[in-house]
Design a protein around this ligand. Structure first.
Ligand SMILES: Nc1ncnc2c1ncn2[C@@H]1O[C@H](COP(=O)(O)OP(=O)(O)OP(=O)(O)O)[C@@H](O)[C@H]1O
Ligand SMILES: [Mg+2]
Length: 293
């Protein structure tokens, strides 16, 4: 019965390549203290001072096409990284490799001390620690907002329904959408749906959040409400990688801004250096194009 429900939902959703567990971050993981509402970065004593993410010489091919070409990236715990670059430059592929939605072909990726391999248990552990928010929200259309947020805590974390609802309401309050808890996604604006999607990811108490162009499908007036929620998360110490072309957000929130082109990291600098003194001509050209709008 539940599996039928899940299969139906999966079939309705646009991102076919994404398996359901990954979509929901629905993997078994430890939960400390029953309900976990605070989204302050959780520091695991074993991994204290460790890098949150370490990518070394990562290569990724789709057939003959090389989507990532010798990408190395280190992200400290609590760091906020913005990634930008032209369409097809490998931004989504890079962040999808971090939670193994795409397997990389060469090089190493270590997430919170776990080296990514084909080991399914390892992948589950990593996915339980890494939340992901997509451009197209990917909410389950036939479930209420509250049920969308409760799903993973109930089915993966085995949380009692009442506790899951309490957690969900607190998270919905956090993203200021609590008054819509009993509506269906189709009854909400894009900005509201995206805030629900963020709340749903947070319900799994992730240590790292990946955002793939979370505002690019939104009408301009809804962009700010989503960026405000992300800014608040950043201020609370969440480790974040955000693919976005919202350069105001990058300037205000990012510790580092990365520019990708043709599967490579071309620039990796503080916002001040990135915007005012980029070292590469390609970055300068890109910035002049997007800042002109
Ligand atoms: N599953 C796939 N199969 C084949 N090619 C793919 C696949 N996913 C991505 N690619 C190709 O890899 C390249 C990088 O794609 P990716 O989605 O990472 O780019 P992007 O920088 O996120 O682009 P955009 O800004 O348009 O989202 C593109 O040329 C894309 O066509
Ligand atoms: Mg993309």
């Amino acid at each position: 019965m539940q599996m039928n429900l899940f299969s139906l939902a999966a079939a309705c959703l646009p991102e076919k390549r994404l398996d359901l567990g990954a979509r929901m971050g629905m993997m078994p993981a430890k939960l400390v203290g029953g309900i976990m509402v605070e989204v302050h970065a959780r520091i695991d004593p074993e991994s204290e001072n460790a890098l949150a993410i370490q990518m070394s010489s990562v290569h990724k091919w789709f057939g003959d096409f090389q989507a990532l070409n010798d990408v190395s990236l280190e992200v400290n715990q609590g760091e906020k990284i913005v990634i930008c670059g032209p369409s097809g430059s490998g931004k989504s592929t890079l962040i999808r490799c971090i939670n193994r939605l795409e397997p990389h072909d060469k090089g190493t990726i270590v997430v919170d001390g776990h080296t990514l391999t084909n080991d399914l248990r390892q992948i589950e552990t990593v996915r339980s620690e890494v939340g992901m928010v997509f451009q197209q929200f990917n909410l389950f259309p036939h479930l209420t907002v509250l049920d969308n947020v409760c799903l993973a805590p109930v089915w993966v974390r085995k949380m009692a329904r009442a506790a899951a609802e309490k957690l969900a309401m607190q998270l919905l309050e956090r993203v200021q959408i609590q008054e819509h808890a009993f509506k269906y996604p189709g009854q909400l604006s894009g900005g509201q749906q995206q805030r629900v999607a963020i709340a749903r990811s947070l319900a799994m108490s992730p240590r790292i959040m990946l955002f793939d162009e979370p505002t690019s499908a939104l009408d301009p007036e809804m962009v700010k409400e989503v960026l405000d929620v992300m800014t608040e998360l950043a201020e609370q110490g969440m480790t974040m990688i955000v693919v976005t072309h919202e350069m105001g957000f990058a300037r205000a929130v990012a510790d580092r801004v990365i520019f990708m082109d043709e599967g490579q990291i071309v620039e990796d600098a503080s916002p001040e250096v990135f915007f005012d003194h980029p070292k590469s001509e390609r970055t300068r050209q890109f910035l002049s194009q997007i800042l002109a709008h």
